[in-house]
Design a protein around this ligand. Structure first.
Ligand code: UDP
Ligand code: MN
Length: 549
């Protein structure tokens, strides 16, 4: 069952509540969240995009906008016109400004990794941290240049940042990708907490203290700000819906989903309460530095971009930590349609390879669902080199992390994750009998649910399986038979749909290029592989229960 973490932040009594005059004395050691914002009175109130408003451009600027779009896959032309220290609206729920946080919060190193980031967005990111963070909590800002190719990110950036003693720049000697770039930043960080941010963000008023407060309360909490949207088209700062959390869908695709209404009611949640978050979006979070290393940081075998948010999320939850979204902490992020930088190798292959590493280390038996949702081809290890996983598997053992089943049941119970696509008896419509496995061979029997020999699973690997044996389209003697199950063998896979297909209920072998279907002999003593015929009822098979199409 889900459990809500205890209410973290002490709230000041306000309005109606204080009628009884029992306003508590201010607790020593806490203060109201600081609403520090150097940009509240901006230098130029009429500047383009000021206060987070949409920046407009004339129709004769259209060509210029288009020309510069690809530099960042957003409106770079407009971004360059907007002040690097513009003001944005305070979008926090009202009660946030009243929340109390401890006086002795840990300090943080803010780490920005970037590759070929647009000048104005990189600067706006840095300024937003400098202008809206309490200086005593901001140990440093570390910019990790992941081998950018743009000249303006070299001397000009050094020169610009030299006016801010807290900003340090480290430069990687070759392209490492976001994961190893973050590790490089963490390795030199001096703050007690690491705060990772993307390089095209704007931190909002009061963003930092609520994050650090959570780490202060429990070092195994990993808080994320609410990620608001900076429009890629007009650079306006836009609000997002309340109660959103990060989740995944198969095959490990990140997405947002609202907390179920009943959950909000049951836990009497307000819009300002921390939200348990099954998967973090990835780019923006704080984590206790020691805890980050106890967890083995990121898997350094992950390349460039993708899957690292799944890896760290599963690791945190399964190994004793918690990920939370903190509604009182808000950071805007430019969501782009495409990555504007080059991938050293094919983008899709890079992401898939990262995901396979994550699936192999963390998903246990549920990795079949990952492969089964369109990723069968990734089982062919001759086609992809996923690298060595020994250290990651060892790490999981050493940390005594819980199972993926535990994660699904406790952290993400609304996720549908049946281990088999279908199961039960395998009924042949023509014969009106069921498949049975008796002393190592297949036969037909009168259907009987109580007989284990008639129970098969139709798995995500598309196997028809009983224990370790799989129905195979070929064997030496009878022309038909069984083989030990082996995920890497395509000849053991059967395509099967219960509906919505011309060949619904057929078992189509994937082994041969032309469609061949499993057919019961009319006398009930043989099985054949024959050309598929949609209406042939001896080719129609039905499992007792279907869990997924
Ligand atoms: N990044 C990096 N090296 C890479 C890829 C990305 O340093 O090889 C940086 C990138 O500049 C950005 C952050 O990592 O600051 C996250 O990447 P991106 O914004 O493309 O991810 P998204 O927000 O689209 O998920
Ligand atoms: Mn980003």
């Amino acid at each position: 069952m889900q459990r809500r973490s205890p209410k973290p932040i002490i709230k000041l009594q306000t309005g109606e509540d204080s009628k009884d005059n029992s306003v508590p004395a201010r607790k020593p050691g806490v203060h109201k969240v600081l609403s520090l914002d150097v940009t509240l009175n901006p230098r130029d109130a009429n500047a383009v995009g000021q206060f987070g408003q949409a920046a407009l451009f004339a129709s004769n600027e259209d060509a210029e906008v288009r020309k510069r779009w690809d530099e960042g896959h957003f409106n770079v032309y407009l971004s360059d016109k907007i002040p690097v220290d513009r003001a944005i609206p305070d979008t926090r729920p009202e009660m946030c400004a009243q929340n109390l946080v401890h006086d002795d919060l840990p300090s943080t190193s803010v780490i920005f990794c970037f590759v070929d980031e647009v000048w104005s967005t990189l600067l706006r990111s840095v300024h937003s941290v400098l202008n809206r963070s309490p200086p005593h909590l901001l140990k440093e800002i570390i910019l990790v240049d992941d081998f950018s190719t743009k000249d303006y990110l070299k001397e000009p950036l050094d020169k610009y940042m030299s006016q801010f003693p807290k900003v340090k720049i480290i430069r990687l000697k070759e392209r490492q990708g976001l994961i190893r770039a973050r590790l490089a930043g963490a390795a030199v960080a001096k703050g007690e907490v690491l705060t990772f941010l993307d390089s095209h963000i704007e931190c909002n008023v009061g963003w930092l203290e609520p994050l650090l407060e959570r780490v202060y309360l429990d070092r195994k909490k990993v808080p994320c700000p609410v990620i608001e949207v900076i429009s890629d088209k007009d650079m306006s700062y836009m609000l997002v819906d309340n109660f959103q959390r990060g989740v995944f869908k198969w095959p490990l695709v990140f997405g947002w989903s609202a907390l179920p209404e009943e959950y909000i009611k049951k836990h009497n949640m307000t819009v300002a309460d921390p939200i348990r978050c099954p998967v973090m979006a990835g780019g923006l979070f704080s984590i206790d530095k020691k805890y980050f290393y106890e967890l083995g940081a990121y898997d350094p075998g992950l390349d460039v971009w993708g899957g690292e948010n799944m890896e760290i999320s599963f690791k945190i939850w399964m190994c004793g930590g918690e990920i939370e979204i903190i509604p009182c902490s808000r950071v805007g992020h430019i969501f782009r349609g495409q990555n504007p930088y080059k991938f050293p190798k094919d983008r899709q292959k890079t992401v898939e390879r990262n995901l396979v590493r994550v699936a192999e280390v963390w998903l246990d038996e549920y990795k079949d669902l990952f492969y089964g949702h369109g990723y069968h081809h990734l089982l062919d290890r001759k086609a992809i080199d996923i690298g060595n996983l020994t250290e990651q598997i060892e790490l999981r053992k050493r940390l005594k992390c819980k199972s993926f089943k535990w994660y699904l049941e406790n952290v993400y119970p609304d996720m549908d994750a049946p281990l088999a696509k279908a199961e039960g008896l395998v009924f042949n419509r023509g014969l009106r009998k069921c498949l049975a496995l008796q002393s190592g061979s297949l036969s037909f029997e009168i259907c009987d649910l109580s007989k284990q020999s008639q129970h098969f699973n139709y798995t995500w690997m598309r196997h028809i399986r009983q224990e370790d044996l799989c129905v195979a389209p070929q064997s030496k003697d009878s022309g038909f038979g069984l083989q030990p199950c082996d995920n890497t063998k395509p000849e053991l896979r059967w395509f099967h749909k219960s509906s919505n297909s011309a060949l619904a209920e057929h078992l189509i072998t994937e082994f041969v290029s032309h469609h061949m279907c499993l057919e019961a002999g009319a006398l009930g003593d043989t099985l054949h592989l024959n050309p598929c015929v949609p209406r042939n009822i001896f080719q129609k098979w039905q499992f007792t229960h279907y869990h997924a199409q």
